[in-house]
Design a protein around this ligand. Structure first.
Ligand code: KG4
Ligand code: ZN
Length: 349
């Protein structure tokens, strides 16, 4: 954490973070980098459609944003006028969803006459490790970040708070999609990732073998796995219509095991190639117990230093937006009112 962590006049810095890139409306307040409130409103409306419906998401953000920001300020026990700056998710994400957070942040920043700070959603997932929270340990630079979410799968070398180098990424589906699509094939509701994790607890990870994709270097591919699972289950259910029901735990454990092996193989290669063995995981899938256990094992067996975020900082949240806001505030990186949200936004920007 930079040393000059307060204002010149030694007043505390309060950053409000707003996140609205997908289907969660979130607001959080940090005081000098420490978390003092973190609120999320989830949108149950998408469950029945088996995935996020963009138009419904932006409508729900419009309904949720005022109460969520209000709840975050109340929980932080501060007034709007105490805020030093407002950080919001600039992208990547669903455009309609991003627009709600961006417009709200802009008007609040204008009304309060305080700086506006646009934040990259995936950088925020990585920099969530710098939120000061009693149970978190701050990573040392440089480190490797494995970003695993519903939209991304990347191995990123992080040289400092603002210097990111993508070493490898998925060529097709993200790892979260691999979980969610496999779950859908098994008839589980959206998002199926956490359900596979839950059922895997009672299953045998070696019960079924799914071949791992052959992708060179540090890139990933997950679409083949989904197809392999689909064909395997089509064949099995022809013979036994109850196959999935009878084998749900073993199937979940085997799918999770395969995905975790794919991630771990690439991480090991990245460690060998870079000589960096400090690993931080980020993004929704870092809540997965299989990847957490595998990394803890690598810490023991291979001497890696592993950083695993607290559960509330893994899935989409606004504390991660606020910490990037805080770091940019200290560095004087502010946004103009002409800033527009972006559906696509490479990590390099
Ligand atoms: O980062 P995130 O909240 O949203 C995106 O920016 O994508 O990630 C959501 C993804 C979903 O695909 C969800 O199924 C997955 O994270 N996920 C999990 C678990 N918890 C969330 N996947 C596997 N195991 C979990 N425990
Ligand atoms: Zn995310």
């Amino acid at each position: 954490m930079p040393k000059n962590s307060k204002n010149k006049n030694n007043k505390s810095i309060y950053i409000l973070g707003i996140e609205s890139s997908c289907d969660d409306t979130a607001a959080a307040v940090l005081k000098d980098g420490k978390i003092i409130s973190n609120k999320v409103a989830n949108q149950a409306v998408h469950e029945q459609y088996g995935g996020v419906v963009p138009e419904l998401a932006s409508r729900a953000h419009q309904q949720n944003i005022v109460p969520v920001v209000d709840a975050a300020l109340k929980a932080a026990e501060i007034k709007k006028s105490d805020l030093s700056a407002i950080a919001f998710t600039e992208g990547p994400g669903l455009l309609g969803s991003l627009l709600v957070g961006a417009s709200f942040a802009k008007s609040m920043s204008l009304a309060l006459d305080i700086p506006l700070i646009g934040v990259h959603h995936m950088k925020a997932h990585i920099l969530a490790h710098f939120i000061e929270d009693n149970e978190m340990h701050l990573p040392e630079f440089p480190f490797l970040a494995l970003t695993i979410s519903g939209g991304h799968t990347q191995i990123v070398q992080v040289n400092n708070h603002f210097d990111f180098k993508v070493l490898g990424e998925t060529l097709d589906d993200a790892v979260g999609e691999a979980f969610d699509k496999s779950a859908k094939i098994m008839g589980l509701p959206y998002p199926g990732g956490p359900l596979i994790d839950k059922y895997a607890q009672n299953g045998n990870p070696k019960a079924f073998k799914f071949t791992k994709p052959k992708v060179s270097g540090l890139n990933f591919s997950f679409s083949g796995l989904k197809t392999a699972i689909l064909y395997f289950l089509q064949k099995q259910t022809k013979e036994n219509p109850d196959f999935i029901k009878e084998n749900l735990a073993d199937l979940s454990a085997s799918i999770q095991y395969t995905i975790v092996q794919i991630l771990m193989d690439k991480l090991k290669l990245a460690v060998t190639q870079t000589g960096i063995n400090r690993i931080a995981i980020a993004g929704g899938v870092s809540a997965n117990s299989g990847i957490r256990t595998a990394l803890q094992q690598a810490q023991k067996d291979l001497g890696w230093k592993v950083y695993i975020p607290k559960f509330e900082y893994t899935t989409d949240n606004a504390a991660m937006i606020a910490i990037v806001g805080y770091l940019k505030y200290l560095d004087g990186q502010f946004s103009g009112y002409n800033i527009v949200p972006k559906a696509r936004m490479p990590l390099r920007t």
